[in-house]
Design a protein around this ligand. Structure first.
Ligand SMILES: OC[C@H]1O[C@H](O[C@H]2O[C@H](CO)[C@@H](O)[C@H](O)[C@H]2O)[C@H](O)[C@@H](O)[C@@H]1O
Length: 476
């Protein structure tokens, strides 16, 4: 039967407490994303009884209604027409949501705002790097040899892929600079330039810093007696992040005070000059040490007590996604991939945690009777297997609790196993099942066992508990 989008919009509006309860509204590919004055006014039951609604959840200050691809945009248009509102971008709504919450939540939100926009570039680079690994890794298809060893005509092909793949990581500070300066109200172009300054080939590469320090050969500038290390910040996150905040603040400050006609001549040169000097002299070395210190702390933990550390990270990653704090760890992943660890041991656990949430949601497909919920369980399970877990988490697993518990405990065991096997990812890739492409080839076997654990354990545990115990939450 054809959907009456206008009627659906009216019913949704009534169930969320009417027009007066909407602070702002937008939509993504599948979900209406609303910032509401008061979420307690929402009649979730009435909402979820609507045929068009596949599920609802609240995350990071937004109340989200899952409608599905091709439906959500039409219902949104009707909703805007009904309420006489202008259509809003996701950024507008995120901004409204950001004003809600305590200082810690807002700080975490800032990190997410900076890192989420650069994620597609990093994830793409990760996938291509995976392809390069398949071509150049030994013992994948041949004993003691790689594809390019056996078929040398593919060597340059692999090399070109490597150049393409490594660019986003080599110039990571430029990506972060673009995103962070934009987030703090400055000109994104200046952010890119700032990031590029920090990886200028005239500086000692951060990747060569360790060797240069051991050899006592770190180049320095001498500024009227003050020695400053001539150090680049390749692959570093914190130096450019803090520098970008400074740059944006200086730029905004100058723009307000200098007449428009002098902007071109003064604002960018002063902002870049002051920020770069502050960064080379103080911010860079301090944040470089802090960033490496944080990474070393994680490395120490996973070296010393791999089973416990892996178990804990596997357990807490799901709850971290609920709070939105998980994006903070992206910074740690990036730091680890650029350092001595040779890769990140955290990211493989993230990928397994995503799969675990998906498997639990898939099991709920067989446990639930309601048609809409069954649909939500299967679509959200697939989404989690492809790296996006919020629909499964909020739409299914948390609502019934036991699938969520089954998923996080299984993810803990899988995290324990792969940490004991020292599984590393070259870089950050697409989470969930495609995650295997960025795992270092030598760790594929152990990672595959981890995948087996998070595919089977949450599925079987959820299914058995749901069918045999038939818990109260299924009937609430
Ligand atoms: O941190 C890198 C990963 O970031 C995304 O996944 C994480 O954020 C998602 C959105 O909040 C969340 O649904 C998922 O559970 C998190 O792991 C991205 O989808 C991954 O591909 C990426 O590796």
């Amino acid at each position: 039967m054809a959907v009456n989008y206008k009627k659906s919009a009216e019913q949704i509006l009534e169930a969320i407490g009417g027009e007066a309860n909407i602070s702002s509204a937008t939509h993504c590919v599948t979900r209406l994303r609303l910032v509401l004055q008061d979420e307690s006014q929402v009649d979730t039951k009435a909402l979820e009884e609507l045929d068009v609604v596949k599920g609802t959840f609240s995350a990071n200050g937004q109340f989200q209604i899952i409608l599905g691809n091709g439906v959500v945009d039409k219902v949104y248009k009707e909703l805007m027409a009904l309420t006489g509102r202008e259509e809003q971008s996701k950024d507008d709504v995120k901004e409204a949501a950001a004003k809600k919450g305590n200082p810690l939540q807002r700080a975490i939100k800032v990190l997410a705002d900076v890192f989420i926009p650069i994620l597609p570039a990093i994830v793409t680079a990760g996938l291509l790097m995976g392809l390069n690994n398949v071509l150049t890794g030994t013992d994948i298809f041949y004993d003691n040899a790689s594809i390019i060893d056996v078929h040398p005509q593919w060597t340059d092909f692999a090399d070109i892929i490597n150049v393409i793949a490594s660019t986003a990581f080599t110039f990571l500070p430029a990506l972060i600079g673009w995103s962070a300066v934009k987030r703090f109200g400055g000109s994104p172009l200046l952010g890119i330039v700032l990031g590029l300054i920090l990886v200028n080939p005239a500086l000692l590469s951060a990747w060569d810093y360790g060797n240069a320090r051991e050899a006592g050969e770190i180049p320095v500038w001498n500024l009227f007696g003050l020695e400053i290390q001539k150090l680049g910040y390749q692959g570093q996150v914190l130096p450019v992040f803090v520098a970008s905040i400074i740059l944006a603040k200086i730029e905004v400050f100058l723009r307000k005070r200098i007449p428009d006609s002098f902007h071109l001549l003064t604002v960018a040169p002063i902002a870049l000059l002051v920020t770069s000097f502050i960064t080379f002299i103080a911010v860079g070395p301090i944040t470089f040490a802090i960033g490496n210190g944080i990474a070393d702390g994680f490395i120490w933990l996973f070296d010393t007590i791999p089973a416990i550390a892996g178990f804990l990270y596997g357990i807490i990653y799901g709850p971290l996604v609920i709070t939105g704090m998980h994006h903070t760890f992206l910074a740690v992943d990036l730091q680890l991939t650029s350092g001595d660890a040779g890769g990140t041991f955290l990211w493989p656990i993230l990928a397994l945690s995503n799969i675990a949430q998906g498997s639990a949601a898939f099991a709920m497909y067989f446990v639930l009777k309601n048609k809409n919920l069954k649909g939500l369980a299967s679509t959200s399970g697939l989404s989690a297997w492809l790296g996006i877990t919020e629909p499964a988490l909020f739409g299914v697993n948390l609502r019934f609790r036991f699938p969520f518990l089954a998923a996080i405990i299984s993810s803990g065991f899988a995290g324990m196993f792969i940490s004991m096997q020292n599984v590393l990812a070259h870089t950050v890739g697409v989470g969930g099942v495609p995650g295997i492409f960025v795992i270092q080839p030598g760790s594929w076997g152990a990672f595959a066992i981890g995948m087996g654990i998070v595919i089977l354990l949450p599925f079987i545990a959820t299914l058995l508990y749901g069918k045999i115990r038939n818990p109260k939450s299924l009937h609430e």
